[in-house]
Write a protein that binds this ligand. Structure first.
Ligand SMILES: NC(=O)c1ccc[n+]([C@@H]2O[C@H](COP(=O)([O-])OP(=O)(O)OC[C@H]3O[C@@H](n4cnc5c(N)ncnc54)[C@H](O)[C@@H]3O)[C@@H](O)[C@H]2O)c1
Length: 430
């Protein structure tokens, strides 16, 4: 007999940008849902109905939710479905770190029971479910996947800060270990998500879908970043060119250059494929690796623009004070993971500049607390994040602080106004 939603129990492991919205949605849809996270501070905040990250929707949901949260994995024992939403970072050498996935599997293993379904939502390269998730949970639980329990992969596609696309309306792809695994996972996602759920032929196919999506974005951004560097020498505004090309109603999708890419996904995920393909099959993803390198080169390129623009004003970078505006990797959010701002700051400091940073969404010990503090006594400004507070900056605002040069790392300022002013201005490719 089919269980009703109210009787089904869901456990979400990892309550970050991916796991917390999912757990809240599952609870809202009527499933008895428990969220488990290793981070005690995070659990305490959620219990106090405070979002651990800056997100109005999550904050609103938390005030009314019946979601239970805990540091204890014991809730897994009575769950029907266990969903893993733990991080998949790279280390300092850009090597995939499977540690959190492995350790989450080890933690749920002792509580697993026959009939349960484990779903991995974290972004991974093809092969991780079969080579890490399944062997680990089989080893720890002494159960057999396929015979006793089910395993599926449903990569998350959430885009934090996006007002239109969220966990409840983004279509999903799902791969299963076998037909039963696939059916269980498809049934669950159909009951919480109001969008297409596409079954894939295998776990590996589902794993590959997500890596391809994010590699596609990485490559396209790398292409326009390369164009930005080239067109700057030709005195062609690359943004105007991209907008021109975007009038073609088919076969062109605009991507825009900038001072670098950030976040837990786009700069990270391609390395999972690059490393796995080489280590396991001896295949070299030269094109994808070059795209990653091209995007990473934008930090240095941006720092060089600061040095060159200040030189035009007769100021040497060694004697300059530079304000980096924005530490978050994208507009109006507080997530700093892999943010290009840190690379830009490092290069500017290596050049001898005194660097001050400011972000209205990020309270960092090494940053100042107000825009005024950041701009006072400063020679050059780098707009590294297009937060509303920065994209609204005018020539008058910056002239009042006697700023000499502006590097618009997000091409979000009014270029024409700056070109007509006393401030030297450079965007990325414009
Ligand atoms: N952030 C995004 O925009 C996004 C979008 C789509 C997919 N993803 C993918 O989803 C996954 C999670 O990303 P995120 O941004 O939510 O990460 P996050 O760092 O915001 O959250 C992960 C949470 O997992 C917890 N955790 C780590 N190890 C654990 C363990 N062993 N057991 C229990 N909890 C553990 C951490 O404390 C943290 O709270 C990653 O694979 C990421 O690539 C992220």
């Amino acid at each position: 007999m089919k269980q009703s939603i109210g009787n089904k129990k869901i456990v979400v492991i990892g309550l970050g940008y991916v796991g917390l919205p999912l757990a809240l949605l599952s609870s809202k849809k009527g499933f008895h849902t428990t969220g488990v996270d290793l981070n005690k501070q995070k659990i305490k905040l959620i219990q106090e109905k405070t979002s651990p990250f800056n997100d109005e929707e999550i904050q609103k949901e938390l005030t009314t939710t019946s979601l239970q949260v805990s540091n204890d994995f014991a809730a897994v024992a009575s769950a029907d479905i266990i969903i893993l939403c733990v991080p998949t970072p790279v280390d300092n050498h850009k090597m995939p770190d499977y540690g959190p996935v492995q350790s989450a599997c080890e933690s749920i293993g002792p509580y697993l029971k026959k009939g349960q379904c484990v779903i991995l939502e974290s972004t991974v390269n093809p092969g991780v479910c079969e080579e890490i998730v399944i062997p680990t949970i089989e080893l720890v639980s002494k159960l057999r996947v396929g015979e006793d329990i089910s395993v599926a992969h449903c990569p998350e596609r959430i885009n934090p800060g996006d007002k239109k696309w969220n966990v409840s309306n983004i279509p999903r792809v799902i791969g299963g270990f076998d037909e039963k695994s696939l059916d269980l996972a498809v049934e669950f996602y159909h009951s919480i998500i109001d969008a297409e759920i596409k079954p894939m032929a295998s776990l590996k196919e589902a794993e590959a879908v997500k890596i391809v999506e994010n590699s596609f974005r990485n490559i396209n951004i790398a292409f326009v970043n390369e164009l930005a560097k080239s067109f700057a020498r030709l005195n062609i505004d690359v943004v105007n060119v991209i907008n021109g090309a975007a009038t073609k109603p088919f076969a062109f999708m605009p991507h825009y250059p900038g001072c670098g890419i950030g976040g837990h996904c786009i700069p990270v995920d391609p390395y999972y494929l690059i490393e796995y393909a080489f280590k396991n099959n001896g295949f070299k993803h030269d094109f994808l690796a070059l795209a990653c390198k091209t995007n990473e080169s934008m930090h240095r390129y941006t720092a060089d623009l600061v040095r060159d623009e200040l030189a035009k004003k007769g100021v040497s970078i060694e004697n300059a004070r530079v304000a980096v505006l924005g530490l978050a990797y994208k507009k109006d959010i507080d997530d700093c993971r892999e943010s290009p701002s840190f690379g830009i700051i490092k290069y500017l400091q290596e050049m001898g500049a005194e660097v001050v940073s400011y972000d209205p969404h990020v309270l960092s010990k090494s940053s100042v607390r107000t825009l005024e503090e950041a701009l006072t006594g400063t020679d050059a400004v780098v707009v590294a994040t297009d937060h509303a507070e920065f994209s609204g900056l005018s020539v008058n605002d910056l002239e009042s602080f006697e700023i000499k040069s502006v590097i618009d790392g997000r091409n979000c300022l009014k270029k024409e106004d700056f070109l007509a002013s006393s401030i030297s201005y450079k965007g990325v490719g414009r």
